[in-house]
Ligand binder design. Structure first.
Ligand code: MN3
Length: 204
């Protein structure tokens, strides 16, 4: 039995339009995300084979693949629930107070998140994370799916800035995609993730 599974979207492909096109969402979920799920499961099998055969010649490649695919699966699963039709607006509840406590104002947070996401060189993510050691929210600029992530941090709100996330609709205008992302954010989901993270619970 595969360990990792592709979660269903909780809305139809076209329901995030005009902010995110149905075609992008369909390809992104059905093809790109599926590839990370399959890659994670296959890499675990290859590692089991390596142990069985006592052959670790490919260990560096396999360990990189494991981190890449598991992280890709988690970040995409979070992204789908971080968005909803008719979302956006300003945060409410616990996430609002936490953002204001740790970034000063929502506007300051939004500027930092936009800058971090837009500034990723190549493929990656802007990620708002719960940093459990400090008990604070921080923003990470994650490269690929796994690099430059502060260990132990729990993603709360994530924006995919790989070209596959926006290019069919926004072409090279990444900042426009990030701007559109604010219109579909599901702040209830961010609140749920923050509450879970504070008690050490992690669910997709
Ligand atoms: Mn992606």
């Amino acid at each position: 039995m595969p360990i990792y599974k592709l979660p269903d979207l909780k809305y139809d492909y076209g329901q995030l339009e005009p902010h995110l096109s149905a075609r992008i969402l369909q390809l992104h979920h059905d093809k790109h995300h599926l590839a990370y799920v399959n890659g994670a499961n296959e890499t675990l099998e290859k590692l089991a084979d390596a142990r069985k055969g006592d052959n670790f010649a490919a260990i560096n490649q396999l360990e990189k693949s494991l981190a890449f695919h598991i992280s890709g699966h988690k970040l995409h699963s979070i992204l789908w629930t971080n968005m909803k039709p008719g979302g956006g607006g300003e945060p409410t509840g616990e996430i609002k107070s936490a953002i204001e406590a740790d970034f000063g104002t929502f506007a300051a947070f939004q500027k930092q998140f936009n800058a971090a996401s837009a500034g990723v060189q190549g493929s990656g993510w802007g990620v708002l994370s719960w940093e459990p050691l400090a008990g604070k929210l921080i923003i990470n600029q994650v490269y690929d799916h796994q690099s430059e992530h502060a260990q132990g941090g729990v993603p709360i709100l994530v924006c995919d800035v790989w070209e596959h996330a926006y290019y069919l609709q926004y072409e090279n205008r990444r900042a426009e995609w990030i701007g559109a992302f604010w219109n579909v954010i599901n702040w209830n989901d961010a609140n749920r993730r923050l509450a879970d993270a504070k008690v050490g619970k992690f669910e997709l």
